[in-house]
Design a protein. Structure first.
Length: 299
């Protein structure tokens, strides 16, 4: 795959939709936004912010809803806490506390009503600079591992233009939880051209088992497409339908097929797996946890 043209930033803005009610994590989400639930000690949204920054993003546009101010507050500087920790000589903790606000500039835009992912992305329109031809979207429920897929997606946009998404091959019985792609091959096994996309199809009607995995590099033409779609699956304005409309109108859309790992932080079952996986990989926690789990599983 060709390298990125030096000096050309693939995108500056990364949109992170974070306006949902987090109903799968009630009652905790009465008071704590889902995006701030920790994976060990770090909220999922910080992991996603770090991924965006690593890929070159300069601003994180968090699409939030009224009552979720804690998400933006998490990225603000906590100078009192930093001073207190520094006074106690806790430099490692100071570094942890500083990490989120040093990563990337954060701006919040508000989605007043829960009208779907397409609508949420549309809310970021005025915050994406008028000169930015493309921007990234990262769904904070999805951890795509190892990181780096956005860089590959940027290379594909440089080569083919248009919009580029990330796909995972999932089991056919799972497709109805995802946006699913109809694809054709390119010369590269890990890059497919998308001929169509459908949101949450029943397994027997899904065009493939390649599912959208929460990473998007979208041409700004998508904003105009979002304005022209009707409510779709679940009665919501779906990002998938805006992308499908762009494809119908001849806009190039490709996927990078990610062969690595993935976690879904959006439901308790996926969250527990992510937590255990991260803990097992942690040099301090891993060995004891592995021993305990091994023992615990001997029933
Ligand atoms: C959203 C998108 C879907 C995508 C999925 C990835 O669905 O609408 O196309 O495959 O994220 O996690 P949701 O999980 O919000 O229902």
């Amino acid at each position: 795959m060709s390298e990125l043209v030096p000096g050309v930033l693939p995108f500056r803005s990364a949109v992170v939709p974070a306006a949902g009610l987090g109903t799968r994590f009630l009652p905790t989400t009465k008071a704590v936004p889902k995006e701030l639930l920790p994976v060990i000690d770090t909220p999922g949204i910080e992991l996603v912010a770090a991924e965006a920054a690593e890929a070159g993003a300069q601003q994180l546009l968090i699409v939030s809803s009224p009552g979720k101010d804690a998400v933006a507050a998490y990225f603000a500087e906590s100078s009192e806490l930093e001073k207190e920790l520094a006074a106690r000589g806790k430099e490692e903790l100071v570094a942890k506390v500083r990490r989120a606000h040093e990563l990337i500039a954060v701006r919040t835009v508000t989605q007043d009503e829960p009208r779907g992912l397409g609508h949420a992305v549309g809310c970021a329109r005025d915050a994406v600079g008028p000169d930015e031809q493309a921007f990234a979207v990262l769904l904070p429920d999805d951890l795509v591992l190892p990181t780096g897929v956005l860089a590959k997606m940027a290379q594909v946009r440089q080569r083919h233009g248009g919009s580029v998404l990330c796909a995972f091959d999932v089991a056919r019985e799972e497709v109805s939880a995802y946006g699913v792609f109809e694809v054709e091959d390119t010369g590269d096994e890990d890059v497919k051209r998308v001929r169509g996309m459908v949101e949450k199809p029943p397994p027997d009607r899904a065009p493939s088992t390649l599912a959208a995995a929460g990473r998007y590099l979208l041409d700004r033409a998508v904003f105009d497409a979002i304005d022209r779609i009707e409510p779709g699956a679940g009665g919501e304005l779906q990002l998938t339908d805006a992308i499908a409309l762009l494809i119908d109108e001849g806009h190039p859309v490709h996927v990078v097929v990610h062969r690595g790992g993935r976690h879904d932080l959006g439901n308790p079952a996926g969250y527990v797996r992510a937590y255990v996986d991260f803990a097992l990989a942690d040099p301090d926690l891993g060995p004891d946890l592995r021993a305990w789990l091994t023992d615990r599983l001997k029933v």
